[in-house]
Design a protein around this ligand. Structure first.
Ligand code: ADP
Ligand code: GLC
Length: 491
């Protein structure tokens, strides 16, 4: 076997330093899993104010110049470490010295094109001056998508970078980093890159498109999503670009970091439990109901939970449209989520109206998320689209059965048959994006819940699933080999 390549990941999130969703979880788990299998791996993040405040990062000596011809631009690199991976945080002026990662209550920061262009330029500038560059530059989502474009157009010709291949992983095609053409000036790309084979998209700058076009290989976070994004329905306008790279595209389903997500050793929980000894789960359920102030649900149905970014992707409107019915059925519903103000407002109002049966916490809170997965019976995940989804994987390990729409990674990771199969099923599914199907899914789950033995077996199946990253790493190593072979062929 060929020696394992040195890998540098570039990302805007990494648990525990910076997380707003699943991207953070993936970066907190995949690099350590690669390191466990002998890969030398580093991660580059923006030096967010909150990240530096957490401590553990020390500045490397001196300011670094920009490698893309802007003498006034300087970078400071901070070094830390996490679970076998070297972590670097890149600062450029005060661009990341803010409360949010991408925005605040006023919406997205208006200078995000500049912020993340600088981040990518800073990463490559730093790598060029930190010894010999890595063989693999693994970039995640639009925030780091300028890296493959800069590598190909500006650095690829230099001997130092001749053996470096880039990998572009799409976690969510709903966010592309699309900006007015004026913002092209921040990228450091040569003028000809603003064209159909580069970052130009209907006259705008589209950073993710540039990454998809320029990377040696492209991946996404489930096999089904790799297919879906080649269609007009899910391609968000980039289906043609993606289909043109179909031969270089791979879907690899996300995994779970069971060191963080395991009810047997989860410090957030009121009681620990495992597949073999489920007593603690009842205590967690009681703790969640007490903490949420739930006092309804007298009819003994499953406690329904949802942990989610409140975005149209997540099917919040389906939940809203069925909520009255669920409550009328006597169910209790608890939602943890932040995001679009309109969703937060309607959830908050519903919780005020039905406070005994419905609770809403408009917070991003790691501890509460663990409590929800442990204390619930049924996780609702009615996503409009879902590249992979991690929540359904966490819920399964916590013995909370997921009810998911059959889309993206949800379709492949939750096993459900029309007639419940007690030997194999791990949750429930529905297909159409409409309230009636979601409601019907809940009704079926309620029926299963009434049969305690059946439910116990389904929970056993769900908790027995193994989505550990260690099993996924070989697929990424294959992806890297493919990238290196293409790079070598390009010369
Ligand atoms: P996405 O990345 O699209 O948001 P995933 O299911 O892949 O969806 O991952 C979501 C991650 O974010 C999980 O770790 C989940 O627990 C976490 N999460 C989402 N909303 C919240 C919240 N309000 N508080 C704490 N964690 C949250
Ligand atoms: C995205 C997707 C989610 C996926 C996560 C990590 O945010 O919406 O489905 O699990 O990235 O890859």
């Amino acid at each position: 076997m060929s020696p394992k390549p040195r890998v540098a990941m570039v990302s805007s999130e990494m648990y525990p330093f910076a997380k707003s969703g699943g991207l953070g979880d993936v970066l907190g788990a995949l690099p350590p899993a690669l390191a466990r299998q002998g890969v030398e791996v580093s991660v580059f993040l923006p030096a967010y104010k909150s990240l530096l405040q957490k401590g553990g990062f020390a500045p490397l000596n001196g300011d670094l110049p920009d490698a893309f011809g802007a003498p006034e631009v300087r970078y400071t690199v901070f070094k830390g470490r996490f679970d076998g991976a070297q972590v670097y945080a890149v600062r450029s002026g005060d661009l990341f010295d803010r409360e949010g990662f991408y925005g605040d209550d006023g919406g997205e920061y208006p200078d995000n094109a500049l912020r993340f262009s600088r981040f990518c330029r800073g990463v490559l500038s730093a790598l060029g001056q930190m010894g010999s560059p890595p063989e693999i530059l693994h970039c995640h989502d639009w925030q780091s998508a300028l890296v493959p474009a800069l590598l190909k157009t500006r650095l690829g010709g230099s001997p130092a970078w001749a053996r470096t291949a880039s990998v572009m992983t799409i976690h969510n095609l709903g966010y592309q980093g699309r900006y007015a053409s004026d913002d092209f000036q921040h990228t450091g790309l040569p003028p000809e890159a603003f064209g159909i084979d580069g970052v130009e998209y209907y006259g705008d700058l589209n950073l993710l498109k540039g990454g998809i076009v320029c990377a040696e290989v492209v991946s996404t976070v489930s096999e089904s999503y790799a297919q879906e994004i080649q269609t007009a329905e899910q391609g968000n306008g980039l289906e043609g670009v993606i289909a043109s790279r179909a031969g270089d595209l791979l879907g690899i389903m996300n995994g779970v970091d069971y060191a963080v997500w395991d009810p047997a050793k989860d410090p957030c929980l009121a009681a620990s439990y495992s597949r073999e000894d489920m007593e603690g789960k009842a205590a967690c359920r009681r703790a969640l109901r007490t903490e949420m102030g739930l006092k309804g649900g007298g009819r003994g149905g499953p406690l329904c939970v949802m942990v989610s970014r409140l975005a149209s992707q997540k099917g919040v409107e389906l939940l809203m449209a069925t909520l009255e019915d669920l409550l009328w059925m006597g169910l209790e519903v608890a939602v943890l989520g932040t995001g679009e103000v309109a969703y937060e407002t309607s959830l908050r109002r519903a919780a005020e109206r039905h406070h005994k049966q419905m609770a809403f916490r408009g917070l991003f809170n790691e501890r509460l998320a663990h409590l929800f997965f442990a204390g619930g019976d049924l996780l609702l995940m009615p996503s409009r689209y879902e590249p992979a989804g991690l929540n359904q994987l966490y819920a399964m390990r916590y013995g909370t059965l997921p009810l998911v729409r059959t889309v993206g990674g949800l379709a492949s990771s939750v096993i459900a048959h029309k007639e419940i199969d007690l030997e194999r099923d791990t949750g429930f599914q529905f297909q159409g994006f409409n309230p009636a199907e979601l409601l019907w899914g809940v009704v079926r789950a309620c029926r299963a819940f009434e049969d305690k033995e059946a439910w116990r077996r389904l929970v056993w199946n769900a908790m027995s699933q193994d989505f550990s990253w260690d099993r996924i790493v070989p697929r990424y190593l294959e992806l890297y080999e493919g990238a290196l072979a293409r790079r070598a062929a390009r010369g």
